[in-house]
Design a protein around this ligand. Structure first.
Ligand SMILES: O=C(O)CCC(=O)C(=O)O
Length: 219
């Protein structure tokens, strides 16, 4: 985490430019947003086990999307689980949910205690290596409603999670999403900010991310 990022957080030790490991909750101090980060939401052993379980149990799929009229593979594998009838549409892809597994329900309940909402769906992304990523977007699909609460849990290789303001391009922020962490985005965040996981030429371990969501009216 660099100094600019560090200054954005409370619970940050600027002398060594590292987040305080004891800090339970770090609030990202950027305008027009409500973002909190929990570094050690799961401990190392729990995180290792959950990564392995999700890697094996989830029905990962390789979706395709159209770019300039050409069909290409999405640079990651995905899966959509949740309550019945809570389908989701993004990048022109329509996803019908797989039923909750015991592992996903356990993860959902733990995230709900912090996010203070009942999630009814989860989008999972598997980033196999540094060639996988997700480009700039906000989670602003109509079925998420206004001011959605998104609970984002990460396991595996740490990746950069970047924010840019939609109206003021000079406003940027970044968080390293580490093994076993939880990031909660709420309030007006999706109205004003976009986020991305950039691809990287560095050697990175595979990573699984789960974004728990509340879907209102399905598409
Ligand atoms: O992998 C991540 O941390 C982000 C995923 C994401 O932005 C999304 O699923 O909309």
């Amino acid at each position: 985490m660099n100094a600019i990022q560090g200054d954005l957080f409370s619970g940050f030790d600027s002398a060594i430019n590292e987040p305080k490991k004891s800090a339970e909750k770090e609030v990202l101090s950027i305008p027009d947003a409500d973002i909190t980060f929990y570094h050690n939401f799961y401990n190392q052993q729990e995180s290792d086990e959950l990564f392995q379980t999700l890697f094996k149990e989830i029905k990962w799929r390789q979706d395709r999307m159209k770019i300039f009229g050409k069909e290409v593979n999405l640079p990651r594998e995905t899966a959509w689980y949740g309550d019945r009838n809570k389908s989701y549409k993004f990048s022109g892809i329509h996803l019908d949910p797989e039923p909750w597994t015991p592992t996903l329900l356990q993860l959902k309940e733990k995230a709900e205690k912090i996010a203070k909402v009942k999630f009814n769906s989860v989008l999972l992304n598997l980033y196999r290596d540094g060639n996988d990523g997700i480009s700039w977007h906000s989670d602003a699909e109509p079925e998420l409603g206004s001011n959605p609460v998104i609970g984002s849990v990460s396991f595996g290789g740490a990746r950069r999670f970047m924010f840019r303001h939609k109206h003021d391009k000079a406003l940027k922020a970044e968080v390293e999403l580490t093994h076993g962490s939880l990031l909660v985005m709420a309030g007006a965040t999706q109205h004003f900010w976009q986020h991305q996981i950039p691809k990287t030429s560095k050697k990175v371990q595979p990573r699984i991310n789960l974004t728990f969501r509340v879907i209102g009216h399905s598409c």
